[in-house]
Design a protein around this ligand. Structure first.
Ligand code: GLN
Ligand code: ZN
Length: 772
């Protein structure tokens, strides 16, 4: 029979219960005992959901109070001394590594002050993991009461034999780094780590685990030879242990592994291999040809990364194709990756439009899909006829819906011409005209868009949502806010003003709510990192702009300002990346639709008297495909084109800005340069000014505002410090190229520190203005 399998389940619970519990624990409002009890309750509930759905292979150790990679850091005793020296309770040490800890001295404990370990994006998802941070001479030691064993036994006691999930040894090391000041190459520690896996796997076997899922997602990357060569010794060792340890399924996801298929023979006598055929269906045949004679293939056909209902017909065909070659006993139907990246359940959504609800499937619903697909293949389609019929109907409804087929949008896309991607004139002509119109001093100062989102702003917005104030009252309130920030910018003597974005809840949601083609949920939260959850909007159909989205506020702001007012938009790639995209048309098509909508907005802003327009693209870089090569080049091509399409409709005299919250452009410079924005503002306050060297090396001709101070901290930078920062920048950039600005929007700051910091910033700019 064909079995069904889930690679991992979301941890937060129906109502972000885990977030609430951990935050209450951190705030001293929940005891450790109660936190652990809540964790246990959630694990039990999630196992039961999967069991009731009829899933055959249910994971354990996929749960984490913060992050699963961090669990492994603690499990293997890879805890840097700066944490271990405090001898905290294991759970507090765990959170200290995840989020840092500051605690004053108490009668029975010393003061604690440690920052968090570095946290980075998990592959190309919006989840973040804690980076293993390793030392020269690093030793490993298995934790007492290893979490995977404890949780396996916990499930067993509840009557469920689970498949524990571990991050594999090669990926654990490859995803890690040497600690600051250390020279260790993580993968060189493999021989020290393998005995720990052996010990752990032996314990799991003794506890009764028959199979273990061992995640080696780094197989989807282009791997340096040292990492690639590590698979053989690692897996030879596991194979040599025979039945002393559980049988292993090596899981890969988020990409194809064909380019690393020469690694597969070293695993071919392992029990199984899992691949993601939602993302890369074309790898199926190659991988089937490369696995061991008896090896089981777990075929990931239910998308762990998106919220769409699985197309049963297509999934069943794929699985049957595998069955034809391998036989029913050697095929497992699985989620493409862990379901961690999908919201908990569709059942919580009470306000969704019925038409689109029928197209969605969240984690709970996906577990049912897996069981149905497995049954259809095992017992034949007749065994699940009703489910298949309902699914086909839903697919049909989505494919033929007016939402997914807006002829006006399609027609407009078909009429896009080459000229629409290009500004009228090259930069030198444009900047001369802009200078005439805007009349800016050297070292012009500006901010990135938002000003502090005060309690009052949030209060008024929630009153509007609840219907406690009228639209008109809210509008008046926003106007008043704009008046205030204009006045403050007068006092600060900034050069290019912003309206402060008081009306915006979120930089993507705000636009999504004003565009046709977007849907919003009320409970569909997914973990981004630690206790932080996000609720991405969903692109369900063709996108168009029924009416201007930001013109009213920007126009008003411009009308009361004596200096140029900058209009503020979120770019097409960021709107796409921070939403759940459609899976029925290519992302480039969705980006193009967004770009056309934004293009109209840009032109309308210009017509309303806004002659500086910033289009933010902080998500541009994270969309880069994981591997070098053609796929990456294609992405850069369409991403850059959609940005250009969105802004190129303006006159030469209108100045286009763009903003990025990072400054590592080394491998990405050509993409940034190709945007052809008149002014770029980038993060640079936390990084080395050396990163700006690439702009010199490549003779970048346009204007740049590398952030002169870090807005993520309440700290107020002194005028001296900002001057030094500008001095460093001037080693790389020419004085007529340099703008002076903070490194991101100020929405998370207080007014007091904002005013103080900006005063110092403006004074520093004036100092250089005098000098040059
Ligand atoms: N304009 C936005 C703001 O200032 C930019 C936010 C961002 O880059 N993440 O808030
Ligand atoms: Zn930013």
């Amino acid at each position: 029979m064909v079995q069904s399998s889930v690679l991992g389940f979301p941890r937060q619970g129906v109502n972000r219960d885990l977030k609430k519990a951990t935050e209450a624990y951190w705030g001293g409002k929940l005891s450790q005992k109660d936190l652990l009890a809540e964790g246990k309750r959630l694990r039990q509930e999630h196992w039961k959901i999967q069991k009731d759905a009829g899933v055959d292979i249910i994971p354990s150790n996929d749960f984490s109070y913060y992050d699963h990679v961090l669990d492994h850091i603690q499990l293997f005793g890879a805890i840097p001394e700066k944490y271990s020296k405090y001898k905290l309770d294991p759970i507090d040490e765990f959170f200290a590594m995840g989020r840092g800890l500051q605690k004053p001295q108490s009668p029975d404990a010393a003061a604690v002050d440690v920052p968090a370990l570095e946290m980075v994006k998990w592959f190309d998802s919006n989840y973040h993991y804690v980076k293993p941070t390793l030392q020269d001479g690093q030793e490993f030691k298995l934790a007492a009461n290893p979490k995977p064993v404890v949780e396996f036994l916990e499930a067993k006691e509840a009557g469920i034999i689970t498949r524990p999930v571990l991050v594999g040894p090669v990926s654990f090391l490859a995803l890690g780094k040497a600690d600051r000041g250390q020279n260790v190459v993580p993968i060189s520690l493999l021989h020290k780590l393998l005995p720990i896996y052996e010990e752990l796997l032996t314990k799991l076997k003794e506890a009764g685990a028959e199979t273990v899922q061992i995640d080696e997602p780094c197989l989807v990357f282009d791997l340096p030879p040292k990492v690639k060569n590590a698979f053989k010794p690692a897996y030879d060792r596991f194979i040599s242990l025979g039945s002393k340890i559980p049988q292993l399924v090596v899981a890969t996801y988020f990409g194809d592994i064909v380019h690393n298929q020469d690694v597969l023979p070293s695993m071919s006598s392992l029990y199984g291999l899992h691949i993601d055929v939602v993302r890369n269906p074309e790898q199926l045949d190659t991988v089937m040809g490369a696995i061991g004679e008896k090896q089981v293939l777990s075929v990931g056909v239910v998308d762990g990364r998106n919220i769409w209902k699985t197309n049963f017909k297509r999934a069943i065909e794929t699985v049957e194709h595998a069955v034809q070659k391998l036989g029913k006993d050697r095929v497992i139907v699985a989620s493409s990756s862990s379901l961690l990246h999908t919201p908990h359940t569709l059942a919580s959504e009470k306000k969704l439009d019925e038409e689109v609800r029928d197209w969605f499937s969240f984690a709970v619903e996906k577990t049912k899909e897996l069981a149905i697909i497995a049954k259809a293949v095992t017992d034949g389609p007749a065994s699940v006829r009703e489910e298949l019929q309902a699914n086909a109907k839903s697919m049909e409804s989505r494919a033929t819906s007016k939402r997914t087929n807006d002829p006006k949008v399609k027609e407009r896309q078909s009429k896009i011409t080459e000229e629409m991607f290009n500004r009228r004139s090259p930069f030198p002509t444009r900047i001369a005209q802009q200078q005439q119109k805007l009349n800016l001093p050297m070292f012009p100062t500006t901010t990135i868009g938002s000003f502090p989102q005060t309690k009052e702003i949030r209060l008024q917005r929630s009153k509007l949502t609840k219907g406690e104030i009228t639209e008109k009252e809210y509008e008046n309130f926003i106007e008043k806010e704009i008046q205030d920030v204009v006045k403050i910018q007068d006092e600060l003597d900034l050069d290019v003003y912003v309206h402060g974005e008081p009306e915006r809840n979120d930089m993507v949601q705000y636009f999504g709510e004003r565009l046709t083609g977007y849907e919003f949920t009320t409970h569909a939260w997914v973990q981004s990192y630690g206790s932080r959850c996000v609720r991405p909007p969903i692109i369900v159909g063709d996108i168009s702009r029924p009416a201007p989205m930001t013109v009213k506020e920007s126009k008003y702001a411009a009308s009361i300002s004596k200096k140029p007012m900058k209009g503020m938009l979120t770019g097409p790639i960021t709107c796409l990346r921070w939403s759940y995209p459609r899976d029925d048309i290519h992302q480039s098509v969705q980006a193009e639709q967004l770009a056309l909508a934004l293009r109209d907005e840009v032109v309308d802003l210009e017509a309303a008297g806004v002659y500086v327009i910033q289009v933010d693209e902080p998500a541009l870089r994270e969309g880069l495909p994981l591997r070098q090569g053609l796929e990456r080049q294609n992405y850069i091509d369409w991403a850059v084109k959609s940005f250009r399409l969105s802004v190129a409709g303006v006159q030469d005299s209108t100045q286009i800005h763009s903003h990025f919250c990072y400054s590592e452009f080394q491998d990405f410079f050509h993409a940034i340069a190709a945007l052809d924005a008149d002014v770029l503002s980038i993060e640079n306050s936390k990084s080395d000014a050396k990163l700006l060297k690439v702009f010199v090396d490549e003779a970048y001709p346009r204007h740049i505002g590398p952030g002169v101070y870090d807005i993520h901290s309440p700290r107020i930078p002194s005028e001296e410090e900002i001057k030094e920062r500008i001095q460093e920048m001037l080693q790389y950039l020419s004085p007529d190229q340099l703008w002076v600005d903070p490194d991101c929007g100020l929405k998370t700051r207080q007014w007091k520190e904002t005013k103080a910091a900006l005063t110092n910033m403006v004074n520093a700019a004036k100092f250089y203005r005098q000098k040059y």
